[in-house]
Ligand binder design. Structure first.
Ligand SMILES: [Zn+2]
Length: 287
């Protein structure tokens, strides 16, 4: 038992420090294989996989998302085994073809709408990996909860609460999540989970920036939007990175945020306060 635990622990550690799990298995897996076959299964880091699925489709090149390659490869191999992905796309890059293949897999499970958005959720990722890989660092949006007359999910609610603690004052929404077709100027970004607009009425420019900074610190891709950018009043638009309920449009905004863009259709440069980009889970771990 001790050896089994050690094997799994080492595999997870390898992924955590960016060494592909299969590389470790290739060099030191023999002993573990003799002892417990399941211990040498690839490890799929769900956080890294979901992150790659938001960023990779937006990349202008074939750069891989750091720390995600071995996890994405294992997922792509499983999609290939299901007949949903051609071998040429099994490359550790979670691009648009892999998103489509993953969405197709979600539909085979009977999922529709947001549940078939191409972003891995815990249930589909685990089912896809049955007898193939082990899922670690699972994430999820949690239950839908009311806030300021709108709907958000529990993960978003917790993130907003922490941003308020950092700021020392409350934030009020003027649009929530799970709001399909509610606001045509939002271009579908609020259709799914993880996305909110913060009211900025009465705030100075400095305070608007401070709010955007706090939202970024806890794991939102957040921007101050002004009336010159669209048919909208001043507000702050925020999309929770790695929320598995993000609509396709919001997934693209998160990817653009990582790539230094403003999340608008013009793909202009990021105009918000610069902070190290991290997810809510990384923030909670103090990373
Ligand atoms: Zn918005």
């Amino acid at each position: 038992m001790r050896r089994q635990w050690l094997s799994v622990g080492l595999a997870a550690l390898c992924v955590a420090v960016g060494v592909p799990a299969h590389a470790w298995a290739a060099t030191s897996g023999t002993t573990a294989q003799r002892t417990v076959t399941t211990a040498v299964r690839p490890v799929v880091d769900m956080e890294a996989t979901v992150l790659a699925a938001q960023i990779d489709p937006r990349r202008p090149d074939n750069t891989l998302t750091p720390g995600a390659k071995s996890s994405v490869l294992a997922v792509e191999q499983a999609l290939q085994a299901q007949g949903l992905l051609n071998a040429q796309w099994v490359d550790g890059y979670f691009g648009t073809v892999t998103i489509s293949a993953y969405a197709a897999y979600q539909r085979t499970l009977g999922y529709t709408g947001l549940a078939a958005n191409g972003l891995p959720g815990t249930t589909s990722l685990t089912k896809l990996g049955q007898n193939r890989y082990t899922v670690v660092n699972t994430i999820g949006p949690g239950a839908k909860v009311p806030r300021d007359g709108y709907v958000v999910n529990a993960r978003t609610q917790a993130m907003l609460a922490q941003a308020q603690r950092l700021l020392g004052y409350p934030l009020v929404l003027d649009q929530g999540s799970y709001n399909p077709g509610g606001d045509p100027t939002s271009a579908g970004t609020h259709d799914g989970g993880g996305v909110v607009d913060i009211a900025v009425t009465g705030m100075t420019a400095a305070r608007r920036t401070a709010v955007a900074r706090a939202l970024r610190q806890v794991g939102f891709a957040a921007w101050v939007r002004n009336p010159d950018q669209g048919d909208w009043p001043w507000h702050i638009h925020a999309a929770a990175i790695n929320d598995t309920d993000l609509s396709s449009q919001a997934q693209h905004q998160v990817g653009d945020y990582y790539l230094g863009l403003n999340g608008l259709a013009n793909q202009g440069p990021d105009d918000g306060p610069q902070v190290p980009i991290r997810t809510w889970e990384q923030y909670q771990r103090g990373q």
